[in-house]
Design a protein around this ligand. Sequence first.
Ligand code: CA2
Length: 144
Amino acid sequence: MHRILVINGPNLNMLGTRQPEIYGADTLADIEAACREKAVGLNAEIEFCQSNYEGEIVTWIQQARGNFDAIVINPAAYSHTSVAIMDALLAVDLPVIEVHLSNIHRRDEFRHLSYVSKAASGVICGFGKQGYLLALEAAASFFR
Ligand code: CA2
């Protein structure tokens, strides 16, 4: 069975508590449940994690080599700042699908640049929770 690591960046543990007009009403636990259901249909296994710490995310990416077949990542605010996460993703040499709940291109100009996109096989943004499910499908398409 193929294994997909789903990484969530800072503040995404707050989903469902504030700013539902931007990020939707689902909590991160709701998104995890939907991802787990989707993974069954894709015959894949997922590990779903969240961190508010850049270094912890870098470590998870490094450890993915040999343990996972693809990475789905919502780097949250680190998308727009983190050369360290970009470098780790470039080094791990796995398919990387970047996902954002909101359409970052319709928002503040500082959100238009994602360093992570430079290491991503593809990017999905603006589809809320559904975007995670599309990202899992995209990841699984690398296995066929
Ligand atoms: O649209 C996305 O998924 C983002 O990655 C979310 C990040 C934002 O910095 C990116 O530009 C786009 C922010 C996640 C914070 O989520 C919260 C949810 C509820 C309450 C507070 C923060």
